[in-house]
Design a protein around this ligand. Structure first.
Ligand code: HEM
Length: 355
């Protein structure tokens, strides 16, 4: 009894420690957080340039030079290497280190808290029938390889990306400037090289799991009943349920595209994107990263603590028959029907299996 109490206390302490550790990110801001734009130099530039609008989103000169620079550098000559202060640069910094990082940190703190609450108050989706001992193949070796390669690349990108984004505010007070400098350099290189690997993995993931992620009418029922997550009801579902399909289309496909496109622009600075474009890509990259990490936390919870047995399916490829019947009844019945027709056991029936 006292052991259980101590364990519970330790869990709450750990959760509290995480919150306290991440809380400073809510205040992550440049020194003059209330001044927009913050610096005297930018104020001066804005004054000088107030009657000369930016060349516009589609102009190659957007975000490239300043009104005052045009006096210093003859028209047509490349001003970029000589540019120290760009109009809007400080606005980007103020937004990125102020409201954007505050919102991102709030979402990334709130989601684990909600999931923790869901786990403690509602509990996992259990299978009430006892295990049959008969295993059904759910994922082939190839599907598992693609899944884990994508997951590892994603985790690497998420950790290094968050270090680049929040590290300055969170880690410098803890580890000092020298250690943080090394951490930031290593994170930057890991992130830059893991990015393209993640894109290749995401493309493989798309083609590997596309067929099973097409929506059908039964999915609507699953959505209307909230997947039975709060009521512990097992809503009938096919090979993937509607929640898993939403994760595929909204996460893997849509956010995968946003992260890849914006990440590639940030990666290839040798193609000379304007600063203006880089700033916009950065806003989108941070927004996409926040949503993608938040959704991935939900996916990880549902694939481990939230649905006992689901992790084993992705780890070893098989599930117990009673698990398949409870969580994916339509798929299980299809397997049964196929078994009845061909006499082939369900153990060889994962989609994508070689015939
Ligand atoms: C899908 C998972 C990804 C996550 C969660 C993620 C997250 C992040 C975050 C939070 C930042 C910091 C932004 C800032 O500090 O302003 C960042 C920067 C960056 N990301 Fe990603 N990213 C992902 C994928 C990618 C991909 C696929 C690429 C490239 C193909 C990429 C390339 C970059 C680059 C070049 C930077 C700037 C790094 C630097 O300062 O040199 N990212 N990412």
């Amino acid at each position: 009894m006292s052991g259980a109490l101590a364990r519970r206390g330790l869990r709450w302490l750990l959760a509290l420690a995480c919150v306290l550790l991440l809380a400073p990110a809510l205040r992550a801001a440049v020194p003059h957080e209330d001044a927009v734009p913050a610096y005297a130099e930018e104020q001066t530039i804005l004054q000088q340039e107030k009657d000369v609008p930016e060349p516009g989103w589609f102009s190659l000169d957007s975000g490239r030079r300043h009104f005052d620079r045009n006096f210093l550098v003859p028209w047509g000559r490349d001003a970029e290497p000589e540019l120290i202060l760009q109009r809007g640069g400080n606005t980007w910094r103020t937004l990125r280190n102020g409201p954007i990082s505050t919102l991102s940190a709030a979402i990334l703190l709130l989601v684990p808290l909600v999931l923790f609450g869901l786990w403690r108050l509602v509990g996992p989706a259990r299978v009430t029938e006892p295990e049959t001992g008969r295993r059904v193949q759910r994922f082939t070796r190839w599907q598992r390889w693609v899944h884990w390669a994508t997951a590892i690349a994603f985790l690497l990108l998420a950790v290094t990306g968050l270090l680049i984004f929040f590290g300055k505010q969170l880690l410098i007070p803890l580890v000092g400037h020298a250690a943080f400098s090394w951490l930031a350099i290593v994170s930057k290189y890991l992130h830059n090289f893991a990015g393209p690997v993640f894109i290749v993995c995401s493309v493989l993931m798309f083609f590997t799991f596309l067929r099973e992620n097409r929506f059908n009418r039964r999915d609507w029922q699953w959505v209307r009943r909230g997947g039975g997550i709060l009521t512990h009801e097992h809503v009938p579902a096919g090979y993937f349920n509607a929640g898993e399909k939403m994760w595929f289309w909204f996460g893997v496909v849509l956010l995968g595209l946003v992260m890849s496109a914006t990440g590639l622009v940030l990666d290839f600075q040798n193609l000379r994107p304007t600063r203006y474009l880089l700033q916009w890509m950065d806003y989108l990259h941070i927004g996409g990263a926040t949503l993608y990490i938040a959704a991935a936390l939900g996916h990880i919870y549902l694939g481990t603590l939230g649905t006992p047995g689901a992790y084993q399916a992705m780890r070893h490829g098989t599930v117990d028959e009673s698990w398949a019947r409870a969580h994916h009844r339509d798929w299980y019945e299809q397997l049964q029907a196929r078994q009845g027709r061909t006499g082939v056991g369900p153990a060889s029936s994962a989609p994508g299996d070689a015939p």
